[in-house]
Write a protein that binds this ligand. Structure first.
Ligand SMILES: [Zn+2]
Length: 301
């Protein structure tokens, strides 16, 4: 499943190629026809990510997408339309486009391939969304309900251009920092920290890889109850996740092991092999349907 850094890249991409220009929206597959009609012909004003959720704001409508396990956007366009071919689940590479334009100067898109839930199109390119878990249109009050259920997203608490952040109700009028909210959320939960990091109401944007790697690097046993973590541990974990997510946005992939070489992770998917730090055998177990990787030698705290 794409983790938060992927959604922030996606929002930046949509800001770069769609925002401020009229767009056409359709649902070639038909399952999003009514929603597409509400967005079609409008001018997207701002795209943002909050954890694993993407929101694209129009005048009074908000397009809400959650990619889930299989969702992905593919982008195609002419030389004015700079976009990576795909963001989300991996897709096959596509050949270069030979642009052709209609009588009002809009690029003529290729016919949709496969089950395209939503197609958004500008004058110079288009994006196809396939396989999302959520693809819907919200009114502002519904949007506030969705973000009100989400925990702090470390990538939203970085220095941003003024006006680019839209605080939710939980943040509005509050001096509280992201780490403060994270610590508060942990203090109110008895579930293990391994489970809490995947709970999007505790912290938004963390997935299976960042969970395993951050807990390893902080030496925290994933079975530790959330409310038993010390303040210092909680703050260090927040800082670690912030740094990992930020690097993920910059590099477009998750590399937590910074040494040279092919291997990118300390523990994620390295069960059965020797820990690079202590030599103990890396473990794996199922936790709420997802595999949790950790080193029993390093992660005792
Ligand atoms: Zn170890």
């Amino acid at each position: 499943m794409p983790e938060g850094h992927t959604l922030h890249r996606l929002a930046a991409q949509i800001n770069a190629v769609f925002v401020g220009r009229e767009w056409k929206v359709s649902s070639p597959q038909g399952r999003f026809s009514a929603g597409a009609k509400r967005l079609d012909g409008g001018v997207p004003q701002r795209a943002e990510a909050w954890g694993k959720h993407l929101f694209v704001h129009l005048e009074s409508e908000i397009w809400h997408v959650h990619l889930g396990l299989y969702g992905a956007f593919s982008f195609r366009g002419d030389s004015e339309f700079s976009a990576p071919p795909s963001i989300g689940a991996p897709r096959a590479w596509v050949e270069e486009l030979t642009p052709d334009y209609d009588e009002v100067g809009w690029l003529i898109p290729e016919p949709p391939r496969g089950a395209v839930r939503a197609r958004v199109q500008s004058r110079s390119g288009w994006a196809d969304l396939r396989g999302p878990t959520t693809c819907t249109v919200l009114k502002p009050i519904e949007y506030r309900t969705v973000i009100g259920r989400l925990g702090p997203d470390p990538l939203r608490h970085l220095a941003q251009a003024p006006g680019s952040e839209a605080p939710g109700p939980a943040l509005a009028g509050s001096e509280e920092t992201g780490s403060g909210r994270f610590l508060h959320n942990l203090s109110r939960r008895r579930i293990s920290i391994g489970a809490a990091l995947m709970d999007q109401s505790v912290i938004a944007g963390v997935g299976n890889i960042f969970r395993a790697e951050s807990l390893f690097l902080e030496g925290i046993d994933p079975a530790t109850p959330s409310n038993a973590l010390s303040r210092v541990q909680g703050e260090a974990l927040w800082d670690r996740l912030t740094e990992q997510l930020r690097t993920g946005v910059r590099e477009g992939l998750i590399r937590t092991l910074r040494a040279e070489g092919e291997r990118r992770h300390w523990v994620y998917q390295h069960q059965g092999s020797a820990c690079l730090r202590c030599g103990a055998q890396i473990s794996v177990r199922e936790l709420q349907g997802r595999r949790l990787y950790w080193c029993p030698g390093c992660q005792r705290g």
